[in-house]
Design a protein around this ligand. Structure first.
Ligand SMILES: [Zn+2]
Length: 65
């Protein structure tokens, strides 16, 4: 489930019940709207690709675990 913090506009994903924003600690959170979920997932995808790229560029790493 993806949540949105109304206080700091932070989007975050958590399993189970969430009572406060992990970024600012505000309890003013709600489920993310469709557009916010899309944005969040695109951002996560970007980070994943960046990490994968760093992994490939690391010397001595075969890339096949
Ligand atoms: Zn927050």
């Amino acid at each position: 489930m993806i949540y949105h913090c109304n206080a700091c506009k932070f989007n975050f994903s958590r399993y189970g019940e969430v009572t406060a924003c992990p970024d600012c600690g505000s309890q003013n959170i709600r489920y993310a709207a469709a557009a916010e979920r899309t944005e969040f997932l695109m951002y996560q995808d970007m980070i994943d690709q960046e990490l994968a790229q760093q992994e490939r560029m690391r010397p001595g790493s075969s890339g096949a675990a």
